[in-house]
Design a protein around this ligand. Structure first.
Ligand code: HEM
Length: 162
């Protein structure tokens, strides 16, 4: 892999990380509090989340693809020994585990819990199940956000050392 291709890959990786983390920050800090008093809040959340779900999936796929390219450029050996003995390998291993957790949480949150919460919320807004599903979805979203910050932190340590 040429150095130019590696630099382009890092550029796409950083932009995808911005899309992933920035999108979540926008939802948490601006969108959700901003529509708090709107009577059709549930529809706004449903429509915007559906759009963001696709953007998020593209960002995660791009992070995985470019992340693997960067590891190839850095000469990572894809053996268990490499991931358990070298300090760079251990860090990469940890980042891959965090990434897998983010992917699982996002799948559950976006395609099951969040989708169900919206469906029930639309029909029975005051039902205890709605409250429970909304609380769970919020919690999963926040856990995923913290993991994304951990992944970004590990990426910076991988690129620049500590
Ligand atoms: C939510 C997921 C992820 C986020 C938010 C994220 C974020 C970042 C960030 C912010 C950097 C720092 C770039 C720099 O300081 O120059 C980085 C670097 C890096 N990331 Fe990720 N990343 C994610 C997933 C992945 C995955 C899945 C892999 C591997 C399969 C990976 C491999 C790398 C590598 C190897 C670097 C170092 C790049 C270099 O060579 O300088 N990342 N990441």
């Amino acid at each position: 892999m040429s150095h130019e291709a590696y630099v382009i890959s890092v550029f796409i990786h950083v932009i995808a990380a911005c899309m992933w983390i920035g999108g979540m920050l926008f939802l948490i800090l601006a969108f959700i509090p901003g529509i708090k008093m709107q009577p059709n809040k549930v529809n706004l959340i449903a429509d915007v989340s559906l759009k963001y779900r696709n953007v998020g999936a593209v960002a995660l796929a791009a992070l995985l693809f470019t992340g693997i390219l960067q590891l190839e450029y850095r000469g990572v050996r894809w053996t268990m020994e490499y991931f358990t003995t070298s300090s760079f390998g251990k860090m990469v291993g940890l980042k891959i585990v965090v990434f897998i957790l983010i992917a699982i949480i996002s799948l559950v949150h976006d395609y099951y819990l969040g989708a169900r919460a919206i469906e029930i919320w639309k029909n029975q807004p005051d039902h205890p199940r709605t409250t429970k599903l909304r609380t769970l979805s919020r919690l999963l979203g926040r856990v995923s956000f913290v993991f994304a910050l951990v992944a970004a932190w590990l990426g910076i340590i991988l690129a620049r050392g500590w």
